[in-house]
Design a protein around this ligand. Structure first.
Ligand code: 9MR
Ligand code: ZN
Length: 751
């Protein structure tokens, strides 16, 4: 309700100082400014006078529920605005957790050293406690200011003054825990709580510490890990759009400071995706192994990099080991990330009333969360198996996983962990495959064995079933030489899944999260590409004409989609082109679509100063996966029709991932001079250090989390990246982002 409409009877005024619990983590804001553009935005915002501005927009509910939302975790409640313009939270079931019911508001900031006053009005139909919090929105959710208060039928005005002491947070969350909060009556039944006039004022900004700790980026970006001796080598020099970049550059040996190569900066242009002036320093002619940096007179110097033969070995092992560390259901051995077996309980089936429970152990945790999702897992195993099929010599049996030394390449031991889980995801009765197994909600920042809520199998989907059939058929081919019984089991499972697809037409809606399940949806309305892929792999493995007939039917239509968890058309086309006879009726058509995608990748890479194949406006959630996928597709194209250009541009995609990008980041944790330190990855959050060898999602032009929205709006598309734990849309990791990286790294090394 708008202020002034009603005189409130203030029941109590609470003003307290605040002691902030030290958390041992770095100041999130000092980590936030990864580019110059971000730094400027932060400084500008800091100097703005906020003292007379209520930072809680629509805190009076005059615009209904605009900006207000509700989160539930085991509780249930409804949120509405009354005729008196108050927010009513009708709690039907307070659940068990204190945050089982939690209305919230995002979109304000708290600056270090600022003195704030927070206030609101509240009353309730029953006497109970609630816990309001101004908290970090992610990570360990630490409270910057919070209080448990007792409320009842009498309206009270809550006021709280505090000094922000623990680092600026540009995107905190205001929320009220309304579940089973400490001090609540045990028999808390259905009731309503009414809120109004939320206000947050900066009372005194004189003590605000302007953030001067910025991330050290570079204006000369290179592959921070390095280059093979005889490949194309390019650094990208940048400056403000419209300025001139010219002159010479030197390559300096960092061990003795000697200039080993000099050249001229070329191709000064405005690079659309990063909205900056760029030029190229080409030092391909330098082939002598060593450690170097690029030095210029006007644009500073680059981070160091190596030229050599074995430069990627360590990173490759680490990127592979990530899968071991993501394993579920078994004890993990590692100095830092070791843990007890997790998710060992049985699962219930969503919607099943018989009380049946199912054993669904093993597999890999998907990402920064501990869900296991079929379409995501299928993409990951497909990439790894394709990498093994194409570049088997890159994979040894001695990488230090428990199965090392068993005579089977470690990559296949690792993939089998996921395949064994996938086999348990198949409904034995119908052959259909459950879409995912997760708890209803994402867990807090805990180690996996501490996520002990009930596991639920989400409904069967045709996309999961199609991907399952395709990858099981692939597995049957790949494992035949090592374990023919297992290969047969995989093939039978693939056939059974395909049988399910035959009797289950597409509904053009696909999987949707049931209301009670809020974990990753991996929605996909189109399953034609999955069906096509399944048939193509079944045909490739068996050579059975029964599959070919149906496969050709699909092939005669337009197949779209890349190498994603959603669009899988390129996997299908690759399987088709590598197994069907080229004299077949639709071969040429499939070949044309496959290579049209390849040409488009080449074209985009050519247009971008960093040679990245994303396209100026096509930087989405997990953009680094798209880059790795594109590199992988080029190498797949090279497998079909050898072409040096494909291999070269694939390598340039790896250069981008390893540092030749506008953000100056090597996007693989633990490698390069500047790499992400605050991934949205629960084990890394718990241990306070980033697990190594994980490919981070990367810039997302669509700003899909509150932290990204608060800090990156001013940035160009390609620069919409921040190394912050709260930014799950930029800074998470997944198994299916690492997997195309494995293919890409194995491929550029082998070719
Ligand atoms: O990688 C997924 C990305 O393409 C989607 O845009 C996004 C939102 O639906 O979800 C991503 O997948 C997340 C999944 O839903 C849950 N586990 C973490 C995944 C990576 O962020
Ligand atoms: Zn687990």
């Amino acid at each position: 309700m708008r202020k002034g409409k009603q005189i409130l009877a203030w029941a109590m005024v609470l003003t307290m100082g605040l002691s902030m619990a030290g958390c041992g983590k770095k100041d999130p804001t000092t980590e936030a400014s990864s580019t110059e553009a971000t730094t400027e935005a932060t400084t500008e915002a800091t100097t703005e006078d906020l003292t007379n501005v209520n930072q809680i927009q629509n805190g009076d509910f005059s615009e209904e529920l605009t900006n207000w939302f509700i989160y539930t975790n085991g509780g249930s409640a409804s949120q509405s605005v009354t005729a008196e313009q108050e927010m009513e939270i009708k709690v039907n079931n307070p659940g068990k957790l204190d945050y089982a019911v939690q209305p919230y508001y995002d979109g304000f900031k708290l600056e270090t050293g600022g003195v704030y006053e927070f206030s609101f009005d509240v009353y309730s139909t029953v006497e109970r406690t609630v816990h309001w919090r101004l908290q970090m929105n992610g990570g360990d959710y630490k409270a910057y200011a919070d209080e448990i208060i007792t409320i009842n039928e009498e309206k009270q005005h809550v006021t709280y003054e505090f000094t922000m002491e623990d680092g600026t947070d540009p995107a905190p969350r205001l929320c009220v825990n309304m579940g089973m909060v400490e001090g609540c009556p045990a028999d808390l039944g259905e009731h309503s709580v009414y809120f109004d006039n939320f206000e947050l004022y900066l009372k005194d900004g004189s003590g605000i510490v302007v953030n001067d700790t910025v991330i050290e980026t570079s204006d000369i970006n290179v592959n921070q890990i390095g280059y093979f001796p005889t490949v194309e080598k390019k650094a990208v020099v940048r400056s403000e759009a419209g300025t001139d970049i010219s002159g010479s550059f030197d390559v300096v040996n960092v061990e003795n400071d000697e200039v080993v190569y000099s050249g001229e900066l070329e191709n000064s242009m405005i690079n659309e995706a990063s909205a900056e002036q760029t030029a190229i320093a080409d030092f391909s002619e330098l082939t002598t192994p060593g450690t170097y940096k690029i030095v210029t007179e006007n644009f500073g110097e680059s981070f160091p990099f190596e030229i050599g033969e074995d430069i990627y070995d360590e990173a490759f092992d680490s990127v592979m080991r990530m899968f071991y560390l993501q394993r579920c259901g078994e004890e993990i051995t590692d100095d830092i990330f070791g843990h007890a077996a997790c998710h060992t309980g049985t699962a219930i089936i969503y919607g099943d009333t018989s009380g049946k429970t199912v054993e669904v152990s093993s597999g890999w945790h998907d990402a920064g969360d501990y869900g296991r999702y079929t379409v995501a897992g299928a993409k990951a195993v497909a990439d790894l198996m394709l990498a093994y099929e194409a570049y088997g010599e890159s994979f040894g049996d001695d990488t230090g996983i428990p199965e090392s030394g068993n005579g089977v390449p470690d990559v296949l031991d690792e993939v089998r962990v996921e395949l064994e889980w996938m086999l348990m995801m198949q409904d034995p009765a119908t052959g259909g495959v459950y879409h995912k197994i997760t708890c209803e909600n994402f867990p807090e920042s805990v180690m996996p064995e501490e996520e002990v809520a009930q596991l639920v199998l989400a409904p069967i989907s045709t996309t999961a079933t199609g991907d399952f059939a395709a990858t099981m058929a692939m597995a049957s081919r790949v494992y035949e030489e090592f374990d023919s019984d297992f290969a047969t089991q995989c093939l039978n499972a693939a056939k059974k899944a395909n049988g399910y697809l035959e009797v289950t037409p597409s509904d053009n809606v696909g999987f949707r999260n049931p209301e009670s399940i809020v974990t990753g949806e991996y929605g996909d309305m189109k399953d034609k590409d999955e069906r096509f892929w399944a048939l193509a792999e079944l045909y490739k493995t068996t050579g059975d004409d029964a599959y070919l007939t149906k496969l050709e039917e699909y092939a005669s239509t337009r197949i779209t989609g890349g190498l994603g968890w959603q669009g899988v058309g390129m996997y299908g086309m690759y399987a088709y082109l590598s197994s069907v006879d080229s004299s077949n009726e639709n071969y040429q058509k499939v070949e044309e679509s496959f290579f049209a995608n390849i040409d488009s990748i080449l074209e985009k890479a050519k247009a971008d100063a960093y040679s990245v194949s994303l396209g100026a406006n096509d930087c989405t959630w997990g953009s680094n996966m798209s880059v790795a996928n594109n590199g992988m597709m080029l190498l797949m194209a090279n497998q079909l029709k050898a072409n040096e250009e494909y291999v070269n541009v694939a390598r340039l995609q790896l250069d981008y991932i390893m540092g030749t990008n506008t953000n100056s980041y090597c996007f693989i944790t633990g490698f390069g001079t500047l790499s992400p330190e605050n991934p949205h990855h629960r084990p890394s959050e718990v241990k306070g250090t980033a697990m190594e060898g994980m490919l981070i999602g990367g810039p997302d032009a669509n700003l899909e989390d509150p932290y990204a929205k608060a800090t990156l709006t001013e940035n160009a598309n390609a620069a919409r990246y921040v190394d912050n734990v709260q930014s799950f849309s930029c800074n998470e990791i997944t198994i299916y982002w690492n997997s195309p990286l494995v293919y890409l790294m194995a491929g550029v090394e082998a070719e």
